[in-house]
Design a protein around this ligand. Structure first.
Ligand SMILES: [Zn+2]
Length: 173
């Protein structure tokens, strides 16, 4: 199996560049979208579609599924920003719920790698390691305690699942 490397250093840098100017959770996505000149549209699309990135010379548009919860929409928006920042892509990129949750590129296709990279970027953008560390100063979090993870997830306006994955990744390092 040929494994393509995930560009984690580049991902961290790109995310932290966008965060500059903000210093506490929850991350505000609107100013970032404005800086990038991205128009956000919340639309009722099919349930299994999380987001769509439409690139054009005039304007880039991110469509997010209006039926999904706010925290899920935020992750999807960050995921689509990642594709815009990191990946040369087709004019229209449609992300299913599966793609926005893909963690491991079990089949190391370039496409799967890009999805994993987009999720890593979204996690770095919405849950910067530095902010997590600050939030946990003087305290300890039990990742097996759902209510503790959920409380921290609320502070960052992410889903408990996204926070759990992020904490697990940060602790593993
Ligand atoms: Zn994607």
């Amino acid at each position: 199996m040929s494994e393509l490397p995930i560009a984690y250093a580049r991902i961290r840098k790109a995310a932290s560049d966008l965060i500059a100017g903000q210093d506490a959770p929850p991350l505000a996505l609107e100013p970032i979208l404005a800086t990038l000149g991205v128009e956000l549209r919340r639309i009722d699309v099919a349930d299994d579609i999380s987001g769509i990135l439409i690139r054009s010379a005039e304007r880039n548009v991110v469509v997010v599924n209006a039926k999904h919860s706010e925290v899920r929409q935020r992750f999807t928006i960050a995921h689509e920003i990642a594709h815009l920042m990191l990946h040369e892509g087709e004019e229209v990129h449609v992300d299913s719920a599966f793609r926005v949750n893909l963690r491991d590129p079990r089949s190391g296709t370039a496409e799967n790698i890009e999805e994993v990279e987009a999720n890593a970027f979204a996690a770095n953008l919405l849950m910067p390691a530095e902010w997590i560390r600050k939030a946990l100063v003087g305290t300890w979090i039990d990742v097996n305690d759902d209510s503790e993870v959920a409380r921290l997830a609320d502070v960052f306006a992410v889903s408990p699942q996204a926070m759990l994955i992020r904490l697990t990744n940060l602790l593993r390092r």
